[in-house]
Design a protein around this ligand. Structure first.
Ligand SMILES: Cc1cc2nc3c(=O)[nH]c(=O)nc-3n(C[C@H](O)[C@H](O)[C@H](O)COP(=O)(O)OP(=O)(O)OC[C@H]3O[C@@H](n4cnc5c(N)ncnc54)[C@H](O)[C@@H]3O)c2cc1C
Length: 250
């Protein structure tokens, strides 16, 4: 998918690349990235499915999104992944992946309809004193000084942040704010983590800011993401004849 100005290029189907019928692909791993690469190869690259080989060392596919099947409860995975509106490539791909639950419906349709009808939100973003509402009340609690520290980090060159910690660029004005509580609990940051990582996250997830205080920025699947994303991708690939092998690539 190309995304230049507007959606003119985004929805055009790529021409079949020269020589693709005589090429093969060997993809190491079966995590989200590997499965996406395989899907793009068969969908946009128009490579014959039987020429695409996915080599996975583990017994369960999915990598960080792996799941286990229990007869009494179905598929279970270790955690829930928070998705948002700007997973551009993933949403594009999911337009083409059929749901395994509902015929004639894509994984994107499933995601969209569910989140439209039942949007994610939290009435109580933070608790204290063993479960009492901490009353952050959707406020960021940022002083002018704290805002300028955030802005400064956003505009600092990456090279100037090498070997710096978050505590080197933020003082208590930021670290004691509700903003920081929302941010670090959403993105798993500790005060001693890398300042550069913090800057890159701010740039990547700046559109999240409005939804930080109540989680409205997040999109979720109906079931866990192994069942709602990984399995449909595998089924889609199998329908093209993609080869899956359990193999440690050395
Ligand atoms: C607990 C947790 C919570 C997360 N929360 C979020 C979230 O809220 N939102 C979000 O967007 N992301 C989240 N993530 C991150 C997201 O799940 C991962 O970034 C993503 O799934 C990684 O996909 P990947 O394909 O790049 O790598 P992986 O999923 O790690 O896949 C790599 C695969 O390659 C295989 N492999 C490695 N080496 C070899 C080899 N030599 N030979 C054969 N196979 C090999 C591995 O076994 C694995 O299956 C979370 C991750 C975790 C663990």
């Amino acid at each position: 998918m190309y995304y230049s100005s507007g959606n003119y290029e985004a929805f055009a189907r790529p021409k079949k690349p020269d020589g693709v019928d005589s090429k093969s692909a060997y993809i190491i791993g079966s995590g989200l990235a590997a499965l996406s690469a395989a899907c793009y190869l068969v969908r946009d690259g128009q490579m014959e499915g039987s020429r695409v080989h996915v080599l996975e060392k583990d017994s369960v596919p999915g990598g960080a999104c792996d799941g286990m099947y229990y007869t009494s409860v179905g598929y279970v995975m270790r955690g829930g992944r928070e998705m948002d509106n700007h997973f551009e490539c993933m949403w594009d791909l999911f337009r083409s992946i059929p749901s395994i639950e509902t015929e004639g419906v894509s994984v994107l349709d499933e995601y969209y309809w569910l989140n439209k009808a039942d949007p994610n939100f939290s009435l109580c973003r933070a608790t204290e004193k063993q479960g009492q509402d901490a009353h952050t009340d959707k406020k960021f609690g940022l002083s002018d000084k704290a805002c300028s520290q955030l802005m400064k980090l956003y505009l600092t060159a990456n090279e100037e942040l090498y070997n710096k910690k978050i505590t080197d660029v933020f003082d208590d004005e930021v670290l004691n704010s509700n903003f920081w509580l929302y941010w670090r609990t959403m993105f798993a940051f500790e005060n001693w983590h890398s300042a550069l990582e913090m800057k890159l996250y701010m740039q990547r997830f700046v559109h999240h800011i409005g939804g930080l205080p109540d989680f409205t920025a997040l999109r979720f699947t109906k079931y866990n993401q192994y069942e709602s994303m990984i399995l449909p991708m595998i089924k889609y690939l199998e329908s093209f004849g993609v080869q899956f092998q359990r193999k440690l690539f050395r």
